[in-house]
Write a protein that binds this ligand. Structure first.
Ligand SMILES: NC(=O)c1ccc[n+]([C@@H]2O[C@H](COP(=O)([O-])OP(=O)(O)OC[C@H]3O[C@@H](n4cnc5c(N)ncnc54)[C@H](O)[C@@H]3O)[C@@H](O)[C@H]2O)c1
Length: 324
C-alpha cells in the first residue's frame, strides 16, 4: 500500500452526512482539512451546513487549526465524484448490514487503490461488512462517539481481510487529525466502550422494567456520582482507590465476594486468582508510577474541575441564584 503518509493528508471524503457523518465533517474542517461529502438524501446539503454552523462556535472555542474554514467543504453530486481524489474516506451511512456491505464495495471501486476507507459502524465487525469488496484489505472500522467533533475517542479495528498496514495507517492518521485512538487487535462485538455502555444500559433497563428506579434516579446516580470521576479516571483506577492504601488488591479481597450478590442482572465472572492478578497488574500499569495518594489528589482535583466547569460548585450555584 502506498497511501499518502498520514501527516500529509489534506483531502478527506465523508460518505453519509447525518448525525455522525456531519459531525465528522465539522471535526475535519476544524482540523484544517478540505472535506468532500456525499449523502443521497435530497435535503442532505442544507442539513449538513446547518450542523456545521451549529458546531462551529464550540470548535472555535476549542481552537481551530491554522487555515480551518467552513467553506473548505464541498458537497459532491455523486459517490464517485466524492471519492475520486480522496486521501481518506469515512463512511457514516445507516447501521444496516446489507447496505454497509454494498456501499463499502462501491466505495472500494470508486476510491484510489491505496486509500484507507473507515466505517463509523457502532457494532458490525468489519469481517461481516467487507464481504463484497474487491479490495477488502483497506477497509476497517473507525468507531467514533457522538458528537465526533467533541468526543476524542475513536476505536480502530480491522476485519479478517484487513491489512495490518491499513490499521496502523488509520490509527496514526486519526491521532494526527486530533483524535484519541484505541487500536484493537481483535474484533470485539461492540468494541470496548459500547460494550461497557451496554452493560450499564442493560442494568438501567432492568431497574426501570422492574420498577426499582426511575429514569431520573438512574441518570442522577451517574451524573451526581461515578460519572464525575469517569470524565478523567476510568472505572478500574477509581475502584483501585476504593481499596484505600491497599489499592486494587484490597478492593478485590474486600468487595470481591459481593460480585456474587444479586446486585446485577448480568452474570458475574468467576473471580479467580488469574482475574485478580490481571486487575491488580492492570491498575499498576495504568497508574504509571503514580501512588495511591497521587491518584487521590488527581481524582479530587478532577471532580472539582468538572463541578466548576458544569456550574455545580456550591459557590457557583449561590452566585447564579443571587444573579437571577
Ligand atoms: N448516532 C450515534 O450516536 C452513533 C455513534 C457512533 C457511531 N454511529 C454509527 O454512525 C453511522 C451513521 O449513524 P447516524 O447516527 O449518523 O445516522 P443518521 O440516520 O443520522 O445518518 C445516516 C445518513 O446516511 C445517509 N444515507 C442513507 N443511505 C445512504 C447510502 N446508501 N450511502 C450513504 N449515505 C446514506 C442518510 O441520508 C443520512 O443522512 C451508523 O453506522 C451508526 O451505527 C452512530
Amino acid at each position: 500500500m502506498t497511501a499518502v503518509p498520514p501527516r500529509e493528508v489534506t483531502r478527506i471524503t465523508c460518505i453519509g452526512a447525518g448525525v455522525i457523518g456531519g459531525g465528522w465533517v465539522a471535526h475535519f474542517l476544524a482540523r484544517g482539512y478540505d472535506v468532500t461529502a456525499w449523502d443521497p438524501a435530497p435535503q442532505a446539503p442544507e442539513k449538513l451546513r446547518r450542523l456545521v454552523d451549529a458546531a462551529w462556535p464550540a470548535l472555535t472555542q476549542l481552537g481551530l487549526a491554522e487555515g480551518a474554514a467552513k467553506d473548505r467543504l464541498t458537497v459532491a453530486a455523486t459517490l464517485e465524484e466524492a471519492c475520486a481524489e480522496a486521501q481518506f474516506v469515512q463512511e457514516s451511512a445507516p447501521e444496516k448490514l446489507e447496505l454497509k456491505q454494498q456501499l463499502l464495495a462501491q466505495l472500494d471501486a470508486a476510491t484510489p487503490r491505496d486509500v484507507v476507507i473507515a466505517s463509523s459502524t457502532s457494532g458490525y465487525p468489519m469481517t461481516d461488512m467487507q464481504t463484497q469488496a474487491a479490495g477488502p484489505d483497506r477497509l476497517l472500522v473507525g468507531h467514533p462517539f457522538n458528537p465526533p467533533y467533541l468526543i476524542p475517542l475513536v476505536e480502530v479495528a480491522g476485519g479478517d481481510l484487513t491489512s495490518e498496514r491499513a490499521v496502523a495507517w488509520a490509527s496514526e492518521f486519526y491521532e494526527v487529525a486530533g483524535k484519541s485512538v484505541i487500536t484493537m487487535n481483535r474484533e470485539l462485538p461492540g468494541f470496548i466502550a459500547n460494550r461497557l455502555q451496554e452493560a450499564l444500559w442493560r442494568e438501567a433497563l432492568h431497574m426501570v422494567a422492574n420498577g426499582e428506579a426511575t429514569v431520573k434516579e438512574i441518570d442522577d446516580s451517574i451524573t451526581e456520582g461515578p460519572g464525575l470521576r469517569w470524565a478523567f479516571m476510568g472505572p478500574c483506577l477509581t475502584f483501585a482507590l476504593a481499596g484505600g492504601e491497599g489499592g486494587m488488591g484490597h478492593m478485590l479481597d474486600h468487595f470481591g465476594p459481593s460480585l456474587k450478590s444479586p446486585w446485577t442482572r448480568l452474570e458475574a465472572p468467576e473471580l479467580d486468582s488469574a482475574l485478580r492478578d490481571a486487575m491488580v497488574a492492570g491498575c499498576e500499569e495504568a497508574a504509571a508510577g503514580r501512588t495511591i495518594a497521587d491518584l487521590v489528589a488527581e481524582r479530587d482535583q478532577g471532580v472539582i474541575d468538572v463541578l466548576r466547569a458544569t456550574g455545580r460548585l456550591p459557590g457557583a450555584k449561590a452566585e447564579r441564584k443571587a444573579g437571577s
